[in-house]
Design a protein around this ligand. Structure first.
Ligand code: AMP
Ligand code: GLY
Length: 425
């Protein structure tokens, strides 16, 4: 008797390629389908002819094709209710229902949950009136952070050093730069310190924190340039940056938030991403996301020893307390190769060379992000193109392996940061 199940994975980034590789390793993985997928994912899985943005289409196709588990990578389908629609068909889903996905879908909702759970975070006020928001910014008379309340594809956060920048941020939000996401605006205290991400799996009751990781959000070396989706990442974060006390606080925060949601009548099932600032007063929450991080997943999953299919099913059916998750002692470093111009405008369709040679190096996995297949070629098809990931017994070795592999890969306009993980060395 086989207990294999067929799986549909939604998404098209490096995060989803890393999820797919780990799902494929499970003895329980049957046929694997993806939508929309990318050039790496489509070498491992079949394309499903459905739009990830339509919860009904996804749920109906999954039911008609005997899918036993739907795994949701990005936030937008979750906020749209794809997990609700899939579960309504009696199919297991990895990812929170729409009510729980509000932890990412509305910054004000998340702030209110944090306040009820007594979780440390930046002081804030929220506004639906532009004049009131402007008056508050003038009253603060200094640095602050202006955030569009809703999903804005990672762009709705303006870290303002001056009142002028903050007023400009308020004008962008209320001026429609982020669509409906900016109709409510959260203005918060600016926090200072290194950032650290802590992802946790949960079934709504049990919380299993995963390894810590540190993303590099700015486009250029030395944390210069505009914010991006993330230019590189490593895991775990060493103790000189995240002390055992910090980690205990962060873990406690994740537990308290899931327990608070449960007390509020909301079962959070899936991955909860905690973004923390390690301030002089201890870790404070910057944001929650309702999904795995990208690129954090690309360094967290390779070090994880677990049957990902079993673990995801356990998140869905409330049996995560019995799950088995262990960690490698190795370190992981991932460097993003991006297209010239990213995060601004960039060209696509450039031929990528050296992928096989890079992937054959010890400890190297190259996850695809913005790529597509074209006959025998792999072409660039996005801003962030590849995540070159290395694992090794020491941090320094993982870092040098990753950079050596980056040099073996080429495409016109290849750009990357040369200082990923420099702070941890
Ligand atoms: P968010 O999407 O809310 O995490 O914001 C994106 C990025 O903006 C974070 O990773 C931080 O680098 C920065 N940020 C957000 N909130 C704050 C804050 N209160 N103080 C300083 N930086 C912040
Ligand atoms: N790495 C940031 C994010 O996934 O939102």
């Amino acid at each position: 008797m086989t207990n294999k199940i067929d799986i549909l994975l939604l998404g098209a980034g490096g995060r989803e390629h890393a999820l797919l590789v780990k799902l494929a390793e499970s003895p329980r993985a049957g046929k694997l389908y993806v939508t929309p997928g990318n050039g790496g994912m489509l070498q491992l899985a079949e394309s499903a002819p459905v739009s990830q943005d339509s919860p009904q289409e996804v749920a109906t196709w999954a039911a008609e094709n005997g899918i036993g588990l739907v795994v949701v990578g990005p936030e937008a389908p979750l906020v749209e209710g794809v997990a609700d629609a899939v579960r309504a068909k009696g199919i297991a889903c990895f990812g929170p229902n729409a009510d729980a996905a509000q932890m990412e879908g509305s910054k004000e909702f998340a702030k209110q949950v944090m306040a009820r759970a007594n979780v440390p975070t930046a002081a804030y006020r929220s506004f639906t009136d532009r004049a009131a928001a402007e008056a508050y910014v003038r009253e603060l008379a200094g640095p602050c952070v202006v955030k569009a309340d809703g999903l804005a594809a990672g762009k709705g956060v303006i870290v303002a050093a001056t009142t002028e920048e903050a007023l400009d941020g308020v004008a962008q939000c209320f001026g429609g730069a982020f669509g409906a996401a900016g109709e409510t605006v959260v203005i918060e205290e600016m926090l200072d310190g290194p950032e650290c991400s802590l992802l946790a799996l949960t079934d709504g009751t049990t919380v299993v924190p995963l390894a810590t990781s540190q993303d590099h959000k700015r486009a250029y070396d030395g944390d210069k340039g505009p914010n991006t989706g993330g230019m590189g990442v490593y895991s775990p974060v060493p103790e000189h940056l995240v002390s055992p006390d910090d980690l205990a606080t962060m873990t406690d925060v994740m537990n308290r938030v899931v327990a608070q949601l449960k007390a509020d009548g909301i079962v959070y099932s899936g991955c909860l991403y905690g973004g923390f600032m390690l301030t002089a007063e201890g870790p404070k929450v910057l944001e929650f996301n309702a999904r795995f991080g990208d690129p954090e997943t690309q360094v967290v999953l390779p070090r994880m020893h677990a049957d990902l299919v079993e673990v995801f099913l356990a998140c869905d059916n409330g049996t995560l307390d019995a799950a088995d998750v262990a960690w490698d002692d190795d370190w992981a470093v991932s460097v993003v190769l991006a297209s010239a111009g990213y995060p601004g405008s960039y060209e696509s369709g450039k031929v990528i060379t050296g992928l096989e040679k890079a992937s054959a190096q010890p400890g190297i996995t190259v996850y695809h992000a913005g790529t597509k297949l074209d006959g025998g070629n792999v072409l660039t098809a996005g801003g962030r193109v590849l995540d070159v990931t290395a694992v090794a017994p020491t941090f320094a070795e993982a870092r040098s392996r990753a950079y050596a592999a980056c040099d073996l890969i080429d495409f016109e306009g290849k750009q990357f940061r040369t200082d990923i993980g420099a702070r941890a060395l």
